[in-house]
Design a binder for this molecule. Structure first.
Ligand SMILES: [Ca+2]
Length: 432
């Protein structure tokens, strides 16, 4: 159902929290990024992962096709074609049975009733800041060398680490082979989990991770910064020079891998992810993407009083509408979304990093008193936008960038302030 699901390579954080939930611990940990494997982008209505389990496949439960053992055996030719030996294959699946709990977790329907500010409250909690500051100090040398090597600022690497596993507080302790085999067997998400499972076998074939150490979230995201197996194969690097890519136990490996992932997905050194801004009265909100200089000419200022960058392009992002805090975000913001396809997630990574760099939090005022649309109302909004030909995404009640763009176009068509915020007023206008 996530329309860009196949493009996602690193499902994550929420999955971890769910693992914790499944194991009966860490409730309220609040790891923020909702697993991108299960979710497209949702900004205005995102719940902390711990409260909003990954939503999934729709009404019917995935059904196994044939027995588990015959399914496993059917993988052998594909594994062999990838250079996996029969010994590795047999060792990987020895004693492995389907994990019913994993299937149940895919069936949890999320109700995203929490607005962006609650998501951010949770993502940038006092506890997380405390852990982040300690991590920043303890791993200062590593962070500096990663920054030098990949051009990704330490704040961003820290932001991802914090969002993914709360700085390694929980990295997932479920057997990755078992989880992925369970999900692949029931055909969850087409061939995605089968391909991840095959990649996990290749990791074992490398021989540098013991079978018993291949642990992760219930959906197979692994290590300090939650790499899926395919991402591990393509982007994990050996940060500490011991010849192994140990994203589970080596923080230098995990952080260098994260920076490498971002760099390989187009991170531009020297370009900020974005910044909070103040938009002047009378600003033309139909102008959403332009050069920083264009925003400066239009009277947009940085909230901290510093000058806007001289070069580069940005997009105005109004996660809570024109009355809430405003941000200019860049192409690097989109790179963060390659980690987890959610505007909320990317904003949280950026803002968590800012705080860990000693800068203040958001200065604008979130419309905390405003009533948010219910899940039913958000689906109704999407249906109405769809009927007007403005929205062709899933009717799932999740307000992501696609829904916001549809709202924007609707607002433009009605002469309303085109801030893309799906609030009660927009729904009422749609009903008229
Ligand atoms: Ca290493």
């Amino acid at each position: 159902m996530s329309r860009d699901y196949t493009a996602r390579r690193v499902p994550k954080a929420a999955l971890l929290t769910l693992t914790a939930l499944a194991l009966g611990g860490c409730v309220g940990m609040g790891t923020a990024g909702i697993g991108s494997a299960f979710r497209v982008d949702q900004t205005a209505s995102t719940a902390p992962a711990s409260l909003a389990p990954a939503q999934t496949t729709g009404p019917s439960a995935p059904a196994p096709r044939g027995s588990f053992s015959s399914f496993v055996e059917s993988l052998w030719p594909m594994a062999q074609a990838r250079g996996v030996s029969r010994a590795t294959f047999d060792r990987a699946f020895a004693g492995v049975t389907p994990n019913e709990r994993v299937v149940e977790l895919t069936q949890r329907q999320a109700e995203f009733t929490r607005p962006i500010w609650e998501y951010l409250d949770n993502a940038i909690s006092a506890e997380r800041l405390r852990l982040g500051e300690a991590a920043r100090t303890r791993h200062a040398t590593t962070l500096a060398s990663v920054e030098r090597a990949y051009g990704v600022p330490r704040e961003i690497v820290l932001g991802v680490w914090g969002m993914e596993t709360n700085f390694g507080s929980f990295t997932g302790s479920m057997d990755v082979i078992r989880s992925l085999a369970t999900l692949a067997h029931v055909g969850h998400r087409g061939t995605f989990f089968r391909d991840e499972l095959l990649a996990a076998l290749q990791i074992l074939q490398e021989g540098k991770i013991a079978r018993g150490d291949l642990n992760g979230s219930w959906a197979g995201a692994m290590g300090h910064t939650q790499f899926m197996p395919t991402s591990y194969l393509r982007f994990a690097v050996d940060g500490d020079g011991d010849g192994r890519r140990d994203i589970w136990n080596s923080i230098p490996d995990a952080l260098a891998s994260t920076a490498n992932y971002l760099r390989q997905h187009g991170w531009q050194p020297g370009l900020p992810w974005g910044m909070e801004v103040v938009v002047p009265a009378g600003f033309d909100f139909s102008q959403r993407t332009m050069a920083f200089s264009g925003f400066a000419r239009a009277g947009v200022r940085r909230a901290d009083g510093a000058a806007l960058p001289n070069a580069g392009e940005a997009t105005l992002f109004l996660p809570a509408g024109a009355r809430g805090p405003a941000f200019l975000v860049t192409a690097n913001f989109d790179v963060i979304k390659r980690y987890n396809a959610s505007d909320s997630y990317a904003l949280a990574v950026g803002l968590l990093g800012e705080r860990l760099a000693g800068r203040p939090g958001v200065r604008g005022t979130w419309p905390r008193g405003e009533r948010m649309l219910s899940a039913d109302e958000r689906r109704e909004l999407q249906e109405r936008l769809s009927r007007l030909g403005l929205y062709d995404g899933t009717i799932d009640g999740k307000i992501g960038s696609q829904s916001r763009e549809a709202v924007r176009r609707f607002q433009l068509s009605r002469g309303l302030t085109p801030d893309g915020f799906a609030d009660v007023a927009v729904l009422e206008a749609l009903r008229r």
